[in-house]
Write a protein that binds this ligand. Structure first.
Ligand code: MG
Length: 251
């Protein structure tokens, strides 16, 4: 590979981790918000149906490479309780905001992340590339955790309409970084969306396994990551120190 001048990063479970109960709290806030809007249903059955719908829509989104949105599966869940409410209804928007408010309380950075980005940003162009259905929440979280200033480009699936591993996501990242693909690497945790996605787009992937190595819950994680793991030909890192060592090879 030629000299590296830009690095792309995934967000969740690569730079940011969430406590294992984040999703449970998020769905609790979603249910509370819908109750406040005077939809009547029992919490337990609704949680089960909401999850079923979320998994179904995300599974389809992954397959097609086209992003979905929480409001669509909330609307679908409500329908199963007899409420016909379009996804753009303000009561659903309020529920989506309530849902994501939990992530602001439960998310934190992988140790050393801000320092790593500060050092690398002096030397490389940096990009953020995230599969996140609700772009305002992803951008808000990146701001909240002090990440935004380090990135030259931020691409969120919910904004673009495509979802990793779709090559359009990676193309948009490359465009924003203004480099040719053989001068960049892409760091992510997910074997399918990140590693297979980057390879498919012609970009050198680096597999970040901090969450896996520490046996942390991969949040939001509606779909379990049961796919094939990357082979030995994919560089693997577990700490930011490992990333610096990897980059040193190309000096
Ligand atoms: Mg990830």
């Amino acid at each position: 590979m030629k000299q590296i001048s830009a690095i792309g990063f995934d967000l969740f479970n690569t730079l940011i981790i969430a406590q294992g109960d984040a999703l449970n709290d998020a769905v609790g806030r979603l249910v509370h918000s819908l109750h406040e809007s005077e939809f009547e249903f029992e919490s337990g059955p609704f949680r089960k149906i909401h999850r079923e719908e979320a998994v179904g829509f995300i599974h389809r989104a992954n397959k097609e490479g086209l992003e979905t949105h929480n409001s669509i599966w909330i609307s679908a869940a409500l329908k199963r309780f007899g409420y016909v409410v379009p996804p753009h209804d303000t009561r659903i928007s309020a529920a989506v905001d309530a849902y994501f408010s939990a992530f602001f309380d439960h998310c934190s950075l992988i140790p050393g992340t801000r320092g790593m980005l500060r050092v690398l940003s002096e030397r490389y162009r940096l990009g953020l590339l995230s599969n996140f259905t609700h772009a305002p929440a992803a951008l808000g979280l990146a701001d909240h955790l002090g990440l935004r200033p380090f990135f030259d480009v931020v691409v969120i699936s919910g904004e673009l309409g495509f979802r990793k591993p779709h090559p359009m996501m990676f193309e948009r990242l490359v465009e924003g970084l203004k480099v040719s693909k053989d001068h960049m690497i892409y760091v992510g945790d997910d074997p399918e969306t990140d590693i297979i996605g980057a390879v498919g787009a012609g970009i050198q992937p680096v597999w970040m396994t901090y969450v896996r190595d520490h046996h942390l819950a991969a949040v939001p994680g509606y779909l379990s990551n049961a796919g094939q793991l990357p082979g030995d030909d994919v560089p693997r890192i577990s700490t930011w120190e490992d990333l610096f060592l990897f980059l040193d090879q190309w000096d």
